[in-house]
Design a protein around this ligand. Structure first.
Ligand code: DI6
Ligand code: FE
Length: 403
């Protein structure tokens, strides 16, 4: 009996991201049933299907729906004045030490209602989704107290209800030191571990736990305490590691079997070796490198040598990466970091899924995975990394439906 399906896309080309390179299937078709991919392959090998609408794609390409696996897109206000200060000579670290930077966004985010936070964040999400993103990670970290951290995570979850996109949340209470902590980082980490994180986790708002391990953030020992609290709650960890200096954060997050270590401009071979052994993904954030006019490149060749999976994300945030384009992040990964277009595409699909612990559900085109697709008006997948500021998306499919 013919297999029952809901929809069939035919006369298309697939970049499955399975096997070698793009995992191309020419003259292909893809079927969906109940929101998952039920069949894909060359059209001339297609079995007989029963039911469903057929869509002729006229040779267009299908990739997995893109995944932005590192964003801070929920926040209030913006930091354009700080951008101006930096161009008048101040550094990101100086601004941070003078009470600007992250804590200025904390002031604005604390003052905003949840509804206002959603309203201000929605256009950023819409812009990201318009380039074929079907899953987005969103961090807290501009609250730095229990009510505001929870408000941010609730806003993030609400965005996932308002739009046809999967939202994955990360708790980032250890992002910066709030003014009321009066310089006492250890006492603040106590509150993160004993109050903020347990409260946010109990409310079901936390998919993973992140921290900012950095001179202007928290030490390796303080980060370890956050990870121990996460472990006690059964939550996976990830880390902003080695962005501006090397505090051995990569090895630390790997020790905890972490999902990802992110940024990594200053990571060394020992950190990468630990990540490779633990299966921890390197999340590269060229938008922050670009916007901070950083010159210290992440060691991409060493990552390849150690077989560390590399993801790419926008890091959408008001201070170091006001970027809402995953395609531009891919372009920058190629131009600034010399990643290849196939690495960039794997970085926003296959490896981004792994960085979120969702490799079984999304990130490649294969039967059984969610039917989250991006359909492109392109002649070759390298165009996705090549163009600057051009969006060739033809359709975005979430769970088998146009979204
Ligand atoms: N590293 C970053 O690049 C962002 N957070 C972090 O820990 C910056 C966040 C900001 O400046 O608002
Ligand atoms: Fe970040």
């Amino acid at each position: 009996m013919a297999q029952k399906i809901d929809r069939l896309w035919r006369n298309c080309r697939l970049a499955t991201l399975q096997g070698e390179g793009y995992g191309v299937i020419e003259k292909a078709a893809l079927a969906t049933t109940g929101g998952v991919i039920s069949w894909l392959g060359p059209e001339d090998e297609m079995p007989e299907f029963n039911g469903g609408e057929t869509i002729d794609l006229g040779g267009r390409w299908i990739t997995p729906g893109l995944i932005d696996c590192h964003t801070h897109l929920v926040y209030a206000g913006n930091r354009a004045p700080e951008f101006e200060q930096r161009l008048n000579g101040a550094t990101y670290e100086e601004i941070s030490k003078a009470g600007g930077g992250i804590v200025s966004t904390v002031r604005a985010t604390r003052a905003a209602s949840k509804a206002d936070l959603i309203k201000q964040s929605l256009p950023r999400l819409d812009h990201i989704m318009a380039e074929g993103v079907t899953t987005v990670e969103i961090k807290s970290g501009y609250g730095l107290d229990t009510p505001t951290e929870c408000k941010m995570l609730e806003a993030a979850r609400a965005l996932g209800e308002l739009r046809k996109v999967r939202v994955v949340t990360s708790f980032l209470g250890a992002h910066a030191l709030p003014a009321e902590a009066e310089g006492d980082k250890d006492a603040y980490i106590d509150r993160v571990c004993r109050e903020q994180l347990p409260a946010a986790a109990a409310a079901g708002l936390v998919d993973a736990v992140d921290a900012f391990c950095e001179g202007i953030g928290f030490s390796n020992a303080q980060t370890r305490r956050v990870f121990e609290a996460a472990r006690a709650l059964g939550l996976p960890v990830k880390l902003h590691a080695e962005q501006l200096s090397n505090l051995n954060g990569a090895a630390l997050v790997a020790e905890f079997g972490g999902l990802s270590a992110d940024h990594l401009e200053y990571v060394d071979a020992a950190g990468l070796k630990a990540m490779a052994d633990a299966g921890t993904v390197a999340v590269l954030l060229p938008g922050a490198f670009y916007f901070l006019r950083d010159t210290h490149l992440p060691p991409i060749a060493l990552m390849r040598k150690h077989n560390v999976a590399m993801a790419v994300a926008t890091d959408c945030n008001p201070g170091s990466s006001p970027l809402t384009s995953i395609l531009l992040a891919m372009n920058m990964a190629c131009t600034l970091f010399q990643m290849t277009p196939v690495e960039a595409l794997a970085g926003v699909t296959l490896h981004a899924a792994k960085a979120l612990g969702l490799a079984d559900e999304i990130g490649t085109l294969e039967p059984g995975k969610a039917c989250d697709l991006a359909i492109w008006d392109i002649a070759h997948p390298a165009e996705l990394s090549y163009a600057i500021g051009f969006n060739p998306l033809s359709a975005r499919i979430k769970g088998g439906l146009n979204a």
